[in-house]
Design a protein around this ligand. Structure first.
Ligand SMILES: [Zn+2]
Length: 426
């Protein structure tokens, strides 16, 4: 049997060592040793081979715009939204596309091959929607982009957001978004959750809402989101992003809320880098961390992923498209430091995020899409510790990025140091 590509000797996340035989865009065989011809063979003996990273929450219309027209002085969500409002009228189709495509290159180099990005629909021109629809098509051969219609300035609060959000869905945007905590009243927020979920149910679409991204312990839109998911038969198709208010909620109320979310089959995506930076800005000390209750959600059987949210934009001045940075911060803030918990954090930025996006072709199994990343690490926990180089990235059967291993020995105090490969254990 002949293959187009064989990835030889990699260590899987579960510790197995196997060869991966690829033909066209499919994984054809995974066996301890594949003895066959291939047009190309890459030897990854001793390195971690993983299905690609997946980001379930991003803003590609805003990325790489940091400093235009100015920076966020207070560091708050609200100033970020105001700043984005100043930038919006200055956007051009070409500029949005150029920034988004540059970010997609960053993503590919990091082995990040599927991204769910929100796109602002509060703009009568729907310029960013058109630009990101173009980008989705351009990158489709090597990167899966899912677009969420996101009424940034409020589905009801902004006078034309409702019609523009529906227009965006008509144009081919994939997922229904919302921002209930930014509506004028709690009641309007609740109503927006109901109507947006009804729109999704009618169209057979998934829902991904920015939900309760606030330190207000009384912000309870997740309750309505779970209720609507169940009422409209949307189990497994609804995600609540952020849920930061849950950090500050009353414990008794949370004990009632967790089973409701689990029953409704609603998944949750905190964005650790952004939550730790944006929440608690009005606190003195002690200062709240603001990230939602990840271990408790997991214990209740709720699917949880970690998202990147922002890179160099009005809300966040850093970022590299590395989902390992995201998981690294997530495990610190959630105090998930046992070996099992750290391993789970790796899964949260790979397989769990893929399940949230509904990627059915995902995973290192025969018959699945041949997409994978090779990391300069021995196992998932070492990958989290080192956030190492991505030695090779394969997307849909093709090698899309390669990087030579940096094996240079350091000289410390005049002697060759034992440190190599950024402190790899082997
Ligand atoms: Zn967001």
């Amino acid at each position: 049997m002949n293959f187009d590509l064989i990835v030889k000797g990699g260590t899987f996340a579960d510790g197995r060592v196997a060869d991966i035989g690829i033909r066209g865009d499919r994984i054809i065989a995974i066996e301890p040793r594949i003895e066959a011809d291939a047009r190309e063979v890459i030897d990854v003996t001793g390195d971690l081979v993983s299905p690609p990273f997946v980001d379930p929450h991003f803003h590609m219309d805003a990325t790489l715009s940091y400093g235009t027209p100015r920076i966020n002085a207070s560091g708050t969500l609200l100033e970020g939204i105001g700043l984005w409002g100043e930038l919006k009228p200055l956007l051009t189709h070409e500029a949005v596309k150029e920034r988004a495509l540059a970010y997609c290159d960053w993503a590919v180099s990091m082995g990040l091959l599927a991204i769910r990005t929100h796109v602002d629909t509060c703009d009568d021109r729907l310029l960013a929607v058109e630009a990101l629809l173009d980008v989705r098509k351009t990158v489709a051969p090597y990167l899966d982009l899912q677009l969420v219609a996101f009424p940034q300035d409020g589905f009801y609060r902004d006078p034309t957001a409702r019609q523009n959000t529906i227009r965006a869905l008509d144009m081919g945007v994939d997922v229904v978004g919302g921002i209930p905590h930014f509506e004028r009243t709690m009641a309007d927020g609740t109503r927006s959750v109901t109507e947006l979920c009804e729109i999704a149910a009618e169209r057979g679409l998934m829902v991904d809402m920015h939900c309760d991204e606030t330190d207000d312990p009384m912000s309870r839109h997740i309750e309505q989101l779970a209720y609507e998911a169940q009422r409209l038969g949307l189990q497994g198709k609804v995600n609540g992003s952020h849920l930061t208010s849950m950090h500050s909620m009353d414990n008794y109320y949370v004990s009632k809320l967790l089973p409701l979310i689990a029953e409704a089959g609603v998944s949750v995506v905190p964005n650790p880098l952004i939550n730790i930076v944006i929440q608690g800005r009005h606190d003195t000390y002690p200062k709240r961390r603001g990230m939602t209750r990840v271990p408790e959600l997991l214990k209740a059987g709720i699917r949880v992923g970690f998202g990147q949210d922002c890179v160099l934009d009005p809300w966040y001045p850093l970022g590299t498209a590395d989902m390992l940075d995201v998981a690294f911060m997530g495990l610190h803030v959630a105090q998930m430091t046992s070996p099992a918990d750290m391993r789970r954090c790796f899964d949260m930025v790979t397989t769990e995020n893929a399940a949230i996006l509904g990627l059915e072709d995902y995973g290192l199994e025969a018959g699945k899409m041949a997409s994978l990343v090779v990391l300069d690490a021995g196992n998932p926990i070492e990958a989290l510790r080192l956030r190492p180089d991505r030695l090779a990235v394969v997307s849909k059967g093709k090698i899309v990025s390669r990087q030579a291993r940096n094996d240079a020995r350091l000289v410390i105090d005049g002697r060759p140091a034992s440190v190599r490969r950024r402190h790899r254990a082997d």
